[in-house]
Design a protein around this ligand. Structure first.
Ligand code: HSE
Length: 455
């Protein structure tokens, strides 16, 4: 018996031909991350080609500073100042948007999609605020919008949530997803310095931007956790519903007391599944010092994900910087290159769940969030003070977990009382704080911070 020979069909021959053609990429904005992307693609060109099945070439760059762009890419690549020339070029398959912000970046991304280009972006602000519009436009055009670099820089957390953990019902995510603030908090703790002092130092060292508002006010972390929340729970991106608090009001005193009680304070992005909705919040949070994530120091990022099947998983790495972020951008380029010829309906959905399956589960208002608390009360050191405070907490059904009172100095008539509570509904805690604040023996505004065990 002879083995039948299978002739190559015209279709598979055609397919090989398509596969052989390099993917052409247009880059919008060649700053730190753009430069890193260019360098990584060039340095690892051969391995990337072997993985992607064809070469991936940046063939056109748009940047307002044409001379600087030219000095980065050298000769042989078209450099223009007008991004729309890249979008209009029919040879370009993928546009990388590295301009940032919600303004012109949104217009250009939508124009690139309308022109049938796949888009890779590191722009968390854009996706957290306008993601629904952008993903809908991409679906309409059958193109991909890939954004691994938008959350936690080089850590492949989007891939992990969207694909690696796809078997799981995700319960919660908690992440240190802003390197600037983690650097500041690490310095405040290790040197006992206050926020303003460390911020100045961070700016001098280049860890913090000249305008650090988005970082220190928690907005950048909120953009990132909003994106993770959508992917984890199959809901639209809803940045406007996130509760956002930064670290500007945090004092070295509270970092010190937290440490004495076995906790570190981190700016966490948290999203949690609850029975009647989803918690979506960013705020300074006490976490037990013994947790791995509590020991993430400096500008590093880390994300903990709790899935029902896998249990707790932890992802750690650099959340910013030229090549770490480029690592994520290039991974997206490879993904798109592999899927370029696939039927759009058979690609991984942008937000992990099929677009028609997204739910309108509400994001819970902060008053309905359930968490434990750290309270610091500056009180007169006299009989009955503590009992009045604990009575108010008991009246609000708030259970105390630990209590610490600073020893007063000789002749001092006031002291600090630190209380750790068990989990409670935030609205109830706000009421209790209002009542405690009204006591004449409470001498200064009560400091309250949320605490999570992350168990
Ligand atoms: N500014 C961010 C940070 C990096 O400090 O982590 C980019 O998202």
């Amino acid at each position: 018996m002879t083995t039948p020979r299978v002739a190559a069909t015209p279709q598979s021959a055609q397919r090989r031909d398509v596969e052989a053609k390099p993917i052409q990429v247009g880059l919008l904005g060649i700053g730190t991350v753009g430069g890193g992307t260019f360098k990584v693609l060039q340095r690892n060109q051969e391995e990337i080609r072997r993985r992607a099945g064809r070469s991936i070439d940046i063939t056109m760059v748009a940047d307002l500073d044409v001379a600087r762009a030219r000095s980065i890419v050298g000769e042989g690549i078209e450099v223009v100042s007008d991004a729309r020339q890249v979008i209009a070029n029919p040879a370009i398959d993928i546009v990388i948007e590295l301009i940032g912000g919600y303004g012109i970046a949104r217009t250009l991304v939508l124009e690139a999609i309308a022109a049938g280009k796949h888009v890779v972006t590191a722009n968390k602000a854009l996706l957290a605020v306008h993601g629904s519009e952008i993903f809908a436009a991409a679906r309409e055009q059958g193109v991909v919008v890939a954004f691994e670099a938008a959350v936690a820089g080089g850590i492949p957390i989007i891939k992990a949530l969207r694909e690696g953990l796809t078997a799981n019902r995700i319960e919660w995510i908690a992440g240190i997803i802003n390197g600037t603030t983690n650097f500041i908090l690490s310095e405040m703790r290790s040197k006992g310095l206050d926020f303003a002092e460390v911020l100045k130092e961070a700016q001098r060292l280049g860890y913090a931007e000249a305008d650090p508002t988005f970082d220190i006010e928690g907005v950048d972390a909120a953009h990132k956790v909003t994106i993770m929340s959508a992917i984890a729970f199959g809901v639209p991106v809803q940045f406007d519903k996130a509760h956002v608090e930064g670290i500007t009001k945090l004092s070295a005193t509270d970092i010190k007391y937290a440490e004495q009680l076995g906790y570190r304070i981190k700016l966490l992005g948290i999203t949690k599944r609850r029975e009647h909705g989803i918690e979506l919040r960013v705020h300074p949070t006490l976490i037990p010092s013994k947790r791995l994530i509590a020991n993430v120091e400096g500008a590093m990022n880390a994300v903990v994900v709790q899935g029902d099947a896998v249990g707790t998983t932890l992802y750690y790495g650099k959340g910013a910087g030229a090549e770490p972020t480029a690592s994520a951008v290039v991974a997206d380029l490879v993904d798109i290159t592999r899927l370029h010829t696939a039927d759009p309906d058979h690609r991984v959905p942008h937000l992990a769940f099929q677009a028609s399956e997204l739910k309108d589960t509400p994001i819970l208002p902060i008053g309905e969030v359930v968490t434990a608390f750290y309270l610091r009360l500056c009180v007169s050191d006299e009989p009955g003070v503590l009992s009045r405070i604990t009575t108010i907490l008991a009246d609000h059904d708030i259970s105390i977990d630990a209590l610490l009172q600073r020893e007063s100095a000789e002749g001092e008539r006031q002291t600090d009382v630190i209380i750790l509570t068990h989990d409670t509904v935030e609205g109830r805690m706000r009421d209790a704080i209002g009542k405690m604040q009204a006591l004449p023996t409470v001498l200064a505004p009560i400091v309250s911070l949320r605490k999570e065990e992350l168990a």
